[in-house]
Design a binder for this molecule. Structure first.
Ligand code: GLN
Length: 311
């Protein structure tokens, strides 16, 4: 394995190999606004710890961040509440779909992990402590923009409205937890904030930049700023590796071997600790709600670079 892989060459190769398959998979349509996305889009960005950025395809096209925002929600909640976060959510893979309600009853409404919808809704409740919904959304946007060093990142209000209009499953999850006394704030406030966090529009280039601190022990290698402690970065990566792809998390760890978090917008953020942050986007999803070609692209990247965390 070369010490310094030729990332531009590898990205071009991945793009060429997958190009005949662009459009494969099914674009999420349970959020109507997401169904309008061109299914043939494909972009990828790799940013190494020295700040070198390598891109291919539609790396500057904004897509809906969706569940990848759950990593940022968890990071903010840990900053605000520390280890107390783990009294509101577990950190075990669920083995169930991202929006599943079945396990909640057995768990007395404490979701299995922060990366399934129920878990992220509980985390959002924590983010509302001492904040109005508008302030909680503002806090997230400041966080994302400062990590990306890009003030242009914004919420796609049409996506937020679309989620709000069709989010009955999320409402059911939230009210179920509320019925167990697990919600500290009004359910409609929590969901409003949750939907807005999911509706952030971001490109692969911006997303990889956002995730770079997780590849560098919690410190942004470009600005030198400390975002989280090294042990917290390790733990967030551990939860991404074990829970980042819902009931396909084991398969992703097996095939790619990197902490990763997917979203139904077709994006995946993957972290190669000590090396790079990677973002890929291709809107066609597989049956688990994870980007079909996005995970193939990451599998190819991990193989060609030797970046698996398993050596
Ligand atoms: N906003 C989406 C939802 O709540 C997020 C799901 C996802 O990306 N898996 O259903």
């Amino acid at each position: 394995m070369p010490e310094r892989p030729d990332l531009d060459h590898i990205l071009r190769e991945i793009h060429e190999t997958l190009a005949p398959r662009f459009g494969e998979g099914a674009v999420a349509d349970y959020i109507p606004q997401l169904a309008r996305v061109d299914p043939r889009g494909f972009g990828m960005a790799v940013i190494t710890l020295d700040g070198d950025t390598h891109v291919v395809g539609d790396a500057d096209t904004a897509f809906s961040i969706q569940s990848i925002s759950k990593v940022l929600m968890l990071t903010l909640a840990l900053g605000k509440h520390g280890e107390a976060v783990w009294s509101r959510v577990g950190r075990e893979p669920s083995g169930s779909a991202f929006n599943s309600i079945v396990q909640l009853e057995y768990e007395h409404a404490v979701p299995r992990n922060p990366f399934i919808n129920a878990g992220a809704i509980a985390i959002t409740d924590l983010l509302l402590a001492g904040h109005t919904p508008r302030e909680a959304i503002g806090e997230m946007m400041r966080f994302v923009r400062s990590l990306a060093e890009d003030e242009s990142i914004a919420i796609d209000q049409a996506v937020a409205r679309s989620e709000q209009a069709t989010g009955d499953r999320n409402r059911a999850l939230a009210y179920f937890m509320h019925s167990y006394g697990q919600m500290r704030h009004p359910v409609d406030h929590v969901l409003g904030v949750y939907f807005h966090h999911c509706a952030i529009a971001i490109s692969c280039r911006q997303l990889a930049r956002v995730g770079l601190f997780l590849a560098n022990n919690g410190r942004d290698p470009v600005t030198g700023g400390s975002i989280v402690s090294p042990s917290r970065a390790r733990r967030i990566n551990a939860v991404m590796l074990t829970c980042g792809h819902y009931d396909q998390s084991g398969d992703f760890a097996y095939r790619v071997g990197l902490p990763g978090k997917s979203g139904v917008g077709g994006g995946i953020l993957a972290i190669a600790p000590g090396r790079a942050a990677v973002a890929v986007w291709s809107p066609g999803l597989n049956a688990f709600g994870n980007s079909l070609l996005g995970s193939l692209a990451l599998e190819m990247l991990a193989r060609r670079t030797g970046w698996s965390v398993f050596g």
